[in-house]
Ligand binder design. Structure first.
Ligand code: HEC
Ligand code: HEC
Length: 298
């Protein structure tokens, strides 16, 4: 009698523990009131929590960073121009308040842009992805930009003015003269090559998405991509310091964009398959020519 009771009690306690676990886990995030997914608390991670912080007269951070990368907020005097450009180029999809509610069509069909931070807006416009030309595509592709860099900055300024507290990261400037290319190569192999390949040529990912080639991307856009994580790319924040990002960008803009091929032709950097193919074509081709010549009966 007591033993059955005991067994039941133990069983009940075990079930209770299993059931309560997830409840406790779900309660956790609900208490984190100031949680902002685009910010980390770690220093040097694209946040104003840096060694250099410049504020304007009303106490808003307008520039921050360190000797490796500085991040600059687009000036608020551009807000008006930015709003006009946004109405003309973006509001049809993202809505007049940039919150993803277009005047016509279903709410939530397009991303909400409020609070995304100037670097995200700047990246999507400067890389020509936005304004989107093909909304049916799985992934917006890089194109000739429709807006100039100054116009992209203005749009970023206006979108940033819509959120109660400014979004981050701001628009980055990497200082490549302080970067270490060798460390960048190692970090690239570890963090980027899995998707973009070790040569930076890009590759297909799941569900028709792809990691693009990095051969012609300007340095500041490489920082923007690393810090904001466009589309299916992860956002690297706390796990890579600004010094490490600077190193990676140096490697991408030198070795990947201007490869040296001390052995002769690079052959697209595709490795033994391409090399073997060229070897066969030239070698066997030459032998066939010789055979043809010596085998000629006159
Ligand atoms: C024709 C519709 C259309 C127009 C016009 C358009 N967008 Fe988009 N926008 C989209 C779609 C669709 C996506 C999602 C694309 C993807 O995930 O590849 C998107 C994504 C974005 C993102 C990324 C959001 C995120 O959370 O990562 C930004 C930033 C953005 N748009 C900004 C703009 C700006 C700024 C303009 C004007 C210069 C603009 N868009 C014009 C349809 C549009
Ligand atoms: C999980 C796969 C993945 C990893 C890891 C990854 N990326 Fe990406 N990357 C992508 C995808 C996918 C895109 C395209 C996103 C889009 O356009 O929607 C992209 C876009 C980019 C772009 C923009 C290219 C363009 O055409 O405008 C740059 C630059 C970039 N990545 C650099 C890096 C660097 C540097 C690293 C390492 C720190 C890295 N990526 C790690 C998948 C990845």
């Amino acid at each position: 009698m007591t033993s059955t009771f005991l067994r039941r009690a133990v069983l009940l306690a075990a079930i209770g523990l299993f059931a309560a676990g997830p409840v406790v886990l779900f309660m956790g995030p609900a208490n984190a009131s100031n949680y902002n997914p685009s910010q980390t608390t770690r220093k040097n991670a694209g946040t104003p929590n840096s060694s250099i912080v410049v504020k304007n007269s009303s106490g808003v951070v307008i520039k921050y960073g360190n000797k490796y990368i500085t991040y600059t907020s687009p000036p608020s005097k551009l807000d008006k121009l930015g709003q006009a450009l946004f109405m003309e180029n973006c509001a049809s999809c993202h809505g007049a308040q940039a919150n993803g509610f277009p005047a016509s069509g279903a709410a939530g069909a397009y991303p909400d842009l409020v609070g995304l931070g100037p670097a995200t807006i700047d990246f999507w416009v400067d890389s020509g992805r936005m304004p989107d030309k093909d909304t049916a595509a799985v992934e917006a592709s890089r194109r000739q930009p429709a807006l100039t860099p100054a116009q992209a900055e203005a749009v970023a300024a206006w979108v940033n003015s819509l959120s109660p507290s400014p979004g981050y990261p701001d628009i980055p400037t990497p200082h490549l003269n302080r970067a270490n290319e060798a460390s960048g190569a190692a970090l690239f192999a570890l963090n980027c090559a899995a998707c973009h390949t070790i040569e930076g040529d890009g590759d297909a990912l799941a569900y028709s998405t792809f990691a693009p080639s990095l051969r012609h991307i300007p340095a500041f856009q490489v920082v923007e991509a690393i810090r904001t994580g466009p589309g299916n790319m992860p956002r690297f924040t706390g796990n890579l310091s600004d010094q490490q990002v600077d190193d990676i960008v140096k490697y991408v803009t030198t070795e990947i964009q201007h490869p040296e091929n001390p052995g002769g032709f690079g052959l697209g950097g595709l490795g033994p398959v391409a090399e073997g193919f060229v070897g066969l074509l030239l070698g066997v081709g030459f032998l066939v020519l010789i055979c043809y010549w010596i085998g000629d009966r006159s």
